[in-house]
Design a protein around this ligand. Structure first.
Ligand code: GDP
Ligand code: MG
Length: 312
């Protein structure tokens, strides 16, 4: 892909052309030719706030995301949603105000929605999620909401890229809570008891508050617990306020956490770059040749591999 094509695409993304954005995401997501060129052309814009929304399947994450989008759009914000949950596609509409509902939302100028495939059956972020988020940031959205199913590693992954991680649970999730200490609770900066129209919501909120209190420390503020009924919009304004409060306090530009995340991100980029083009099939072919030599050494072989560059 030629440089002027990449420039054209990037300019489109920056100007809010959603087709250009969709195209750029596809290129980056699938690592098509031009992906590196697009990524390297990104400006250092970091105005968008990334909100991760995770939790067990069926907790109401998509419904909650809809409600948050509605809330933010009502405040005049531009919002992008990246949903890593093909099983539960976005049905924007139900919660959106009439004015917005009448117009198909995918054409609403303030909203961009994209589904991404997950890494595997157990969920997990798309392997190019970091890059996709960076492309979306270029398009000038104020909020980027990333919905993932929290069933394993994904909640940790999403915490790594989000400025604020929201974990959604339901009143019946008592068992989940017992087993989630190591995962979901650890990454939660805000805890949500969704489906609060159901029995047991207050009990659930109470036990979560206790846990959040125990988990808090001097460098880890206590995660607030918010009760919501996503399907009616109850509590969504309070959730949005909690998110704003977290975003306001967090993230000094050179904070230890940010530096750590950037280091992890750099490592991943470098590792990816070095394995680009190295498929098991290709390696087997190279190994077959290398093994002919009597002084074959695996380490010397690995070091001598043809590493593809990071050129456009
Ligand atoms: N009663 C009730 N149902 C809800 C609420 N929020 C979502 N749901 C329903 O729960 C189901 C799963 O919601 P969804 O947003 O797809 O969950 P996700 O898998 O976490 O994204 C849907 O049928 C929703 O309509 C809520 O606050 N109360
Ligand atoms: Mg969903």
């Amino acid at each position: 892909v030629h440089a002027d094509k990449i420039n054209h695409l990037r300019t489109g993304v920056q100007n809010g052309d959603r087709r250009a954005l969709a195209r750029a995401i596809t290129v980056v997501e699938a690592d098509l030719p031009g992906a590196a060129g697009i990524l390297k052309s990104l400006s250092a814009t970091d105005a968008a706030r990334v909100v991760g929304l995770t939790g067990p399947p069926g907790a109401g994450k998509s419904t909650l995301a809809n409600a948050l989008v509605h809330h933010w759009v009502g405040q005049g914000l531009r919002v992008a949603v990246l949903a890593v949950d093909p099983s539960s596609p976005f049905h924007l509409g139900a919660l959106l105000g009439d004015r917005i509902r009448l117009a198909p939302l995918f054409t609403h100028p303030s909203v961009f929605i994209r589904s991404l495939a997950s890494r595997g059956a157990l969920g997990g972020l798309h392997p190019r999620m970091l890059e996709v988020v960076d492309v979306v940031k270029e398009a000038g959205y104020n909020r980027i909401l990333v919905e993932t199913v929290g069933v394993g590693q994904s909640e940790v992954d999403v915490a790594g890229l989000a400025d604020c991680t929201v974990v959604a649970l339901v009143p019946e999730a008592g068992d989940t809570v017992q087993t989630m200490k190591a995962g979901l609770l650890e990454v939660a900066q805000i805890l949500v008891v969704n489906k609060s129209d159901r029995d047991g919501a207050e009990e659930m909120a109470k036990s979560l508050r206790m846990m959040a209190h125990e988990a808090a420390s001097h460098d880890r503020p206590e995660a607030p617990v918010v009760k919501t009924t996503a399907s009616t919009g109850d509590g969504v304004a309070a959730l949005a306020a909690a998110i704003d409060a977290h975003l306001d306090t967090g993230r000094p530009a050179t904070s230890e956490r940010r530096l750590h995340l950037l280091a992890v991100k750099t490592l991943r980029i470098v590792q990816d770059r070095h394995t680009t083009g190295l498929t098991p099939t290709k390696l087997k072919a190279l190994l077959e040749v290398a093994l002919q030599k009597p002084d074959f050494n695996l380490y010397a072989f690995a070091e001598g591999l043809p590493v593809e560059g990071w050129g456009a």
